[in-house]
Design a protein around this ligand. Sequence first.
Ligand SMILES: C[S@@+](CC[C@H](N)C(=O)[O-])C[C@H]1O[C@@H](n2cnc3c(N)ncnc32)[C@H](O)[C@@H]1O
Length: 732
Amino acid sequence: MELLRPEDWDLDIKTWRNKTLAGVPKDEKRKRASIMIYTSWELWKERNRRIFQQQAAQPKQEERTKALANEFVAQLTDVCWDKCITGSIGSSFSRSEASFVSSKLHQSNTNLEIDGRLMVEYRVSPWRTRKSKQKLTQPLERKPLRSLAPMLPTTFGYDVETQSANPTLVFIMPFRPCFSSERHQQSSAPMKLKQSPVPLMATPISMAFPVPQHEYETSDEDYEPFPNQKKPTLQKPTKRTRQVGDCDAGNIKRRSIRRSLNKDLVSCPSTSEGPSESVEVIMTMFDSLRRRILQLDEKEDACRRADLKAGTLMMQNGLRINNMKIIGPVPGVEIGDIFFFRIEMCIVGLHAPGMAGIDYISAKHVGKDETLAVSIISSGGYENDDNDSDVLVYTGQGGNSRHKEKHDQKLEKAETGARTARWNFSLEDDREVETESRARDKVILRDLSSKIENLPVCLVNDVDDEEGPSSFNFNYITGVKYSRALNNMRPLQSCNCPNVCLPGDINCSCVQLNGGDLPYSSTGLLVKHVPMLYECSSNCQCSQNCRNRVSQKCVYLNFEVFWTGDRGWGLRSWDPIRAGAFICEYAGHVIDEMHTNMDDKEHEYAFQTSGFGDKVLKWNVGAELLEEVGGNVTTESLKKLPIVISAKDSGNVARFLNHSCSPNLLWQPVQYDHGDDSYPHIMFFAMKHIPPLTELTYDYGTRGTPGVKGEFPNACKLKPCLCGSTNCRGSF
Ligand SMILES: C[S@@+](CC[C@H](N)C(=O)[O-])C[C@H]1O[C@@H](n2cnc3c(N)ncnc32)[C@H](O)[C@@H]1O
């Protein structure tokens, strides 16, 4: 360890790593680098602990982590290094290195897994705190909106390869209506889009997305959605012979399965939908498709770039919107929207090139050809000496490829488009300014759960003086309580998987119970909404790290109960949330539906399964588009459950979830601790990417006609809905 001690404690991690490993023989370098990776990881975790939980590591936790870390380091050093980490020492990990490290961390332990998810998916920028503005009442110190790097999973750095000096010269036809079939094209009038202020020289989008002629045989890093623009020099040998010490996971034969869409079902958002709804429909379709492709690929050991596969399929089938490049705001896209993949920006018309950071158009100005930048992406992969996080300095693209020597950048092609706005970009982020200055001032309670949740649930009112003592007259509990014994009609699931359940393992009884697929992706995202989801139970042999145990674990989001004004208290999160992510359970007392003596207050905080909204039914659109007619959840397939959960006297954060006719959450029945399928756990999952501090809502459904006994004996009076969405039904 002495050898790793930095000579100067002010060194940044990269310089420490480079200095320490310089000139060290290869074998020794591996060992030292492994320990350094672990140390950096621990620093990161400690930073997360201090920021999110306001506590430093406990000795016990440290010991346990040390033991796990030793195992992790040993694995890294002795078995898999040769196979998986082949790059030279640089400022970042390549994608395959990063995914290997994150997969190892995933296997290591629960804490690492949870932190790993934060790190892998969101890449929260470290040390972004503003001490000067910090107030004692502030529960969190970080700036949530700026903390995202909505890109591919990388653990310790950013793969600069996708930012290579290879600008894709893509122009899009001035207007190409988005229809899926010729029939549609003939019969429907083209949708009018905003007129460009400058004449455009256009090239069809098909130039950028040619139909692939061959199956993708290359490695993850070399997957290329634009094969025609690929430079031969960037290609790496893709086949390796097995070497001593290669780990099995690394030797899984990498295949790529070409998938196609069910043409009968392919259709773009209708022209009657507003811009925001169109963006939502397209984004939902993309993510649904991506999750399902990933699920199928994982089953077939062909796990590669489901995002690009989904995006390419959508492009090839005309499933995209805002086809014309626009100078100024893109309809339906708002400041604060989250994109996890570059291709998502492409299908909503925000940024067309798959790799280049600048998107631009050619225009004639006073008789001269000019190039105008229409969007610029900050990759996060470049070093920036300027510490001002409010100013983005653009200095040209390219020159930062892993495969080439660093070189000076030239002002050419797209960069000429950025000439006029080349220097400083102030980030316009109204929401951030707003949240920084206002929301933190009005903290009423630091932890509504009184430490029952592992993360504090803050209570704030930044609207008026309401302090809400009456609303908070309830016991905080984290699960459901049953008032009568349940019928254990079905034996509890009990798989024999030795470590974790694996996708495609036909011998796993939990895979069988879930219809042949594990319901969650490797990062814990719900793939499809299903009538009943079976997580692994206490009878299962698999460990707590099994991916089929998502919602039975504790809360991992930084929730906040806030005053909405007209709809009472509501729930939101400080963390960005990804579509398919688990949110929370509806906790409370399970009462029998036939118990008809519910008073108004009980009704107000009662969860009843009275139906799913249309949006929930459409959430599985990707699976349906891909292959499975009938793969979607239909109203008929959803048996009405007799369960009613009252959170009037006891409950958790879910009792503050308000109704919306355009919700961002759905509820999913989940079973893991008993066999009575009429009384499942009600778990909430995100239907879309949700930016920090956005209210979390679900569709309460229609609870039946007031006063009618029979189908809805507990039907309550319809209430006027104040959700404010454009397609509000008016009541719930
Ligand atoms: C489960 S509680 C939600 C938390 C509640 N807002 C509070 O202050 O405790 C359900 C109640 O919230 C209010 N509410 C929820 N969604 C609403 C909406 N879209 N419009 C109007 N009121 C709503 C209604 O009073 C409803 O009975």
